[in-house]
Ligand binder design. Sequence first.
Ligand SMILES: [Zn+2]
Length: 86
Amino acid sequence: MKCPTCNAWSRVVTTRMPRRVRECGNLHRFTTEEVLVHTHDDRKKEQEDKQREVAMAEGTIQDVANHYNVDTKSVRAWRKKYRTTE
Ligand SMILES: [Zn+2]
């Protein structure tokens, strides 16, 4: 997830569901909240947002895969798809 202030990458600082505090590369802090959505398009977007979040997560592919409970192949594919800057 990109910082709403400066558009830099961000990482999760704390998670207290459904809220997450995130901190961007320029140390801006912001809070995100998980929401339930019902339309197909929104679900698809949520899925893409989640994949993007995994792709942008800090750490090795194995660490990120463990953290998000997804396959390392997925992490690798999503990093290729979503990571445009690094
Ligand atoms: Zn920022």
